[in-house]
Design a binder for this molecule. Structure first.
Ligand SMILES: Nc1nc2c(c(=O)[nH]1)N[C@H]1C(S)=C(S)[C@@H](COP(=O)(O)O)O[C@H]1N2
Ligand SMILES: [Mo]
Length: 334
């Protein structure tokens, strides 16, 4: 298909962790690993400003073939970043006529062995909680790439780095019709294959969909405004009240304090959403798991399986808060 990409043993080794049959021996892995790292040492040596990059991880999770997630560190990403993509950078508005040479990891390489059968789409989640969804078929057909270098330089944070989802527009102009600038995701931190099962950490509990379904279901009907890939107009959102969740789990809500909510995006580690116990008692703040007339589960392309939503009846300071997408963790705070 594309000539400039060879599947190196290291790629297979990384991709197959726990997934593929015919596992290579540890010695083989070590040899391949050393070789691949040596091949990339030269490129790596040129990357001077690596301080931030070297901490970056990429997590691949969701409906993988094994159901397990895979965490690639920066060194592994470097070793996999052997694909070159020539394309304009539609987000580099000061150089809109220039064609850049990106180097990175083709997403197909990460997905080749890692996807459950029925999966049709793949969602990229970024540090800032932005997300964008592509069809699996396109990802396997075209060398759509997570770039780590642009014209041989590490990609600065302000330019979308360290990991920037780029599309080979020059070689495959048809991609431009399907994927526009909104699909060029900056600072990608997670790849979600299909949609993850519900799995929330709430205090000491792990909470799944069956547990949430035992809690009284509340439905809101409201416009959700601009939310990535949600239809416009009034939409039914069903789920459970946050305060009911804590009551059911027998986790007391602190009278003076409240709850901290984190989504998947690393941004929430620094800036989780904080709601007071008073906020939770005053209006409907829901963990939403279903939407629409037929109460469909929320797919990853809409920030699911669980998103935090605020009733439009909530006071303005709350109802205008950002929804938390890909909700993962709730903790009480005094
Ligand atoms: N991580 C991340 N990537 C992103 C976005 C974003 O907010 N965060 N915005 C998208 C959209 S909607 C557009 S139009 C382009 C350009 O965004 P900018 O105008 O904020 O540079 O980046 C896309 N990629
Ligand atoms: Mo945009």
């Amino acid at each position: 298909m594309w000539k400039n990409l060879a599947l190196t043993p290291l790629m297979i080794a990384i991709i197959c962790q726990g997934g593929c049959t015919n596992q290579p021996t540890d010695e083989q892995l070590e040899v391949w690993r050393t070789e691949a790292i040596a091949r990339n040492a030269e490129i790596v040596a040129n990357n001077t400003k690596k301080a931030q990059q070297s901490q970056w991880n990429l997590v691949i999770q969701g409906e993988t073939a094994t159901g397990k997630s895979l965490n690639l560190n920066w060194q592994q990403l470097q070793a996999l970043a052997t694909n070159y993509v020539k394309t304009p950078d539609p987000l580099d508005i000061l150089h809109s006529n220039e064609i850049f040479d990106f180097r990175g990891v083709p997403v197909s390489v990460l997905l080749q062995f890692a996807v459950a059968n029925h999966v049709t789409d793949v969602t990229f989640v970024s540090f800032d909680s932005y997300y964008t969804t592509l069809s699996l078929k396109d990802l396997l057909t075209y060398p759509i790439t997570l770039a780590i270098a642009k014209n041989n330089q590490p990609i600065a944070r302000a330019q979308g780095g360290p990991l920037y989802l780029v599309f080979p527009y020059t070689q495959y102009p048809q991609l431009k019709q399907k994927y526009d600038t909104t699909n060029w995701a900056f600072y990608v931190s997670h790849i979600v294959v299909g949609t993850e099962p519900v799995n929330l950490r709430i205090g000491k509990h792990q909470v799944n969909l069956a547990t949430l379904d035992k809690i009284p279901q509340i439905t809101l009907e409201q416009t959700v405004g601009y939310r990535i890939s949600w239809p416009s107009g009034k939409i039914k959102l069903s789920g459970v009240r946050l305060r009911d969740v804590f009551t059911t789990l027998k986790e007391p809500l602190p009278q003076q304090g409240g709850v901290i909510i984190r989504g998947k995006a690393p941004f929430y580690d620094d800036a989780p959403v904080r709601l007071t116990t008073k906020d939770l008692s005053e209006c409907d703040i829901l963990l939403v798991t279903r939407w629409g007339e037929s109460r469909e589960l929320i797919p990853a392309k809409m920030g699911g399986p669980v998103t935090l939503a605020f009733s439009s009846q909530c006071p303005a300071n709350i109802s205008q808060s950002r929804w938390v997408t890909f909700v993962e963790e709730l903790t009480t705070t005094p």
